[in-house]
Design a protein around this ligand. Sequence first.
Ligand SMILES: Nc1ncnc2c1ncn2[C@@H]1O[C@H](COP(=O)(O)OP(=O)(O)OP(=O)(O)O)[C@@H](O)[C@H]1O
Ligand SMILES: [Mg+2]
Length: 273
Amino acid sequence: MAETLKTRNEEEKVELKPGMHPSYLNILIQKREIKEKTVGIKHRIGVYSAKGGVGKTTVAVNLAYALKGMGLKVGLLDADIDCPNIPFFLGMNNVVPQDYPIIPVEKDGLKIVSTGMFLEDKEKPIIWRGPMKSKMLREFFENTSWGELDYIIIDLPPGTSDTPLSLMQLLSLDGIILVTTPQTIAAKNAIRSGMMAKRMNVSILGIVETMSGAGLKGAKDAAEKLNTAVLGSIRYSEKFDALSDSGKVPFIEDKEIRDAFTDIAKKIDSRLK
Ligand SMILES: Nc1ncnc2c1ncn2[C@@H]1O[C@H](COP(=O)(O)OP(=O)(O)OP(=O)(O)O)[C@@H](O)[C@H]1O
Ligand SMILES: [Mg+2]
C-alpha cells in the first residue's frame, strides 16, 4: 500500500509496507521532516548498548575528538536526556542560556548539545516520561542550529525503549556502534542491542570493547553472534576515572588512548566514505 502525504516542504510518497500499522505513517513523515532539517549533517552515528555503565559516553566523547582530530567537522549530541553525562565528562560547568532554536556550545572545535548544559544544578534529576523525551529528541534535530557537519556522534542512554527506539525510528542513521565490556552479561546486552538495531533496519558499524584486559572477550562473542566487526578495544585504565572526574578528555591527555580512538575513527570514516 502506498499513500501520498504532504510533508512540510514537499509532496512526498510515504510507503507503508505490508504488516505495518497505519499509525506508522506519522513516524515516516516525521523521519522525512527531520531529514529535511538536517541536510547539512553528512553522517549520523549512534553509540549504543542496552546495558548501563559499559562506556557508551566515554566512547562517544573520545570518538568525537578523534574524528575532529582528523580534520572533520563534528557534533556531539547527548541523547541521554534525563541523565546527561557529557557536561561532566567535558568539565562544562557553566549554565548555557536556552536559545531557540537551540545553539550548540563550541568546545575544542566540537559542537555540543546536552540537556545538562541548561541545568544550573548539574546533578538535578530530569524526571520526564517517554513522550517528553521523544519530543526533546526531535527538537535536537528539527530546531537546533548544527550547521554543516561531517559527523554527528549521538550518545545514547541504556535500555531498548523510549530514546533508543525514537532515535532508530526517526533519524536516518548511518549506523550504530555497539559498546561492551569483556563481561558476558555486557556482551549479551550488546547482542540484544544489535538485534534491536537489525529489527529497526539500522546498520551496525561494529563493536568497541571497553575496560578490556589482555585480549578480546565480550566484543568478540557479540561480533560473532551479530556477524559484525570488532572496531577496537580500549584497555582498562584508572586514568579514565581520574580524568573524567576532573572533566579532562582522555583523548587529549593520553597517547595510547588517543591512538586507540584514532584507529577506531579511521575505520569508521573509511567505511562510510
Ligand atoms: N577503558 C576504561 N578504563 C577504565 N574506566 C573506564 C574505561 N572506559 C570507561 N570507563 C569508566 O567507566 C564509567 C562508565 O562509563 P560511561 O559513563 O562512559 O558508561 P555509559 O555506558 O555511558 O554509562 P550510562 O549507561 O550510565 O550512560 C566511567 O566512570 C568511565 O570513566
Ligand atoms: Mg552514558
